[in-house]
Design a protein around this ligand. Structure first.
Ligand code: COA
Ligand code: ZN
Length: 327
């Protein structure tokens, strides 16, 4: 299906405190958010999407964005990014000295209206103004394209529209691109084909895949992305997440499951999996519900369990029988 060229190192971007917390039924206390980000800062992640500078009416759970950004302890090895939909959001992110802003709009006109209350053209013209505003500060600018692999309202969108929007992003001054499967509609062959196409057209642009596991294809899509040469993935601790303005949205691919799979395949992530699992195990208490992530519950594939006493007894009795009845 796809070739087997794999990147030497895979970069992992954690989005639990943005994509994850935005859709929780209840507000995660600010101190808890800060404590979690401070722990996540020590596990070897490439990037942490700390929060969103969006309307607090649209996403009440992230209404404490300034306080969280200002009170976290930053690790200089980690890029601290924040989701931004408009100029007001960009100004707020700059005031907090974020390392990067992540400008977001949808490939789907309908989802962009539902989520951002703007047409795609309105989002793009905001982005051009934001890039001009931000450029002198040296802050990085990433651009996310939501619903790249399908929209719950419009279905699968044309690859041409994705390519055109990437071109428009780059013209505006956006430096790197995230292709987002907002509602887990992507299938592995589609991921491979689209990522290959985007990479052949925009060879030198840093690309990230942002995948959700809504239909159980999340990690298969990671393998497809890797085969197409993608080496950067967003993921969420415990597999939490989802866009509140996309019907049926559920969690991102789970960070600890992703790291576990990559390492099992001999790929280097530089993430401390044991520490990550320890953090994931604290989340059910914090959020008050079970999580979709699997490795934190099942344990590493290399962990073995004690052999049951009954099996040991059976083994002994069979050995005794075999000794009594030589062939
Ligand atoms: N940060 C804080 N407040 C903001 C803001 C921002 N970035 N942008 C707008 N607002 C405020 C305005 O000041 C105004 O407040 P007021 O009514 O008290 O005067 C109010 O929000 C409405 O502003 P307006 O420009 O008319 O925005 P809107 O209602 O058309 O909403 C967005 C547009 C983009 C701000 C809103 O849809 C949004 O925040 N969406 C984000 C959704 C999201 O994060 N989805 C999940 C991630 S993909
Ligand atoms: Zn998402």
């Amino acid at each position: 299906m796809f070739n087997t060229t794999m990147p030497a190192r895979v970069l992992i971007n954690e989005v639990a405190t943005r994509d994850g917390f935005q859709s929780e039924a209840s507000f995660v206390p600010t101190d808890e958010k800060i404590a979690l980000i401070d722990h996540l800062s020590q596990v070897g992640l490439n990037k942490i999407e700390v929060t969103s500078f969006v309307s607090p009416r649209a996403i009440p759970n992230l209404r404490d964005a300034e306080e969280v950004m200002q009170r976290i302890t930053r690790n200089p090895q980690v890029c601290y990014t924040t989701l931004v939909p408009n100029e007001k959001g960009a100004e707020r992110a700059m005031a907090c000295n974020a390392d990067e802003i992540n400008l977001a709009m949808s490939v789907s006109e309908t989802h962009n209206l539902a989520n951002m209350r703007m047409t795609c053209e309105e989002s793009l013209s905001q982005f051009k103004r934001i890039c001009d505003l931000v450029a002198p500060s040296g802050m990085r600018i990433n651009g996310s394209l939501a619903t790249t692999f399908g929209c719950p309202f419009e279905g699968v969108l044309s690859a041409d529209k994705v390519l055109t929007l990437i071109e428009r992003y780059l013209e505006a001054g956006i430096q790197s691109i995230s292709l987002c499967d907002t509602t887990g509609m992507a299938a592995p062959q589609q991921v491979y084909d689209l990522c290959t196409l985007v990479r052949s057209r925009f060879a030198h642009i840093e690309l990230t895949l942002h995948l959700h596991n809504t239909r159980g294809m999340g990690l298969a899509n990671v393998m497809a992305g890797l085969s197409a040469g993608i080496n950067q993935f967003d993921a969420s601790l415990g597999g939490i997440g989802g866009c509140p303005y996309a019907p049926g949205a559920t969690g991102n691919i789970c960070t600890e499951d992703l790291v576990h799979m990559l390492e099992a395949n001999g790929l280097d992530t530089q993430v401390d999996l044991q520490q990550l699992i320890a953090l994931a195990k604290q989340l059910p208490d914090l959020l008050g519900h079970d999580l979709p992530g699997q490795v934190a519950k099942a344990g590493l594939r290399t962990e073995t369990r004690p052999v049951p006493a009954s099996v040991e007894e059976l083994r002994k009795s069979k050995a005794t029988l075999a000794a009594a009845k030589p062939f």
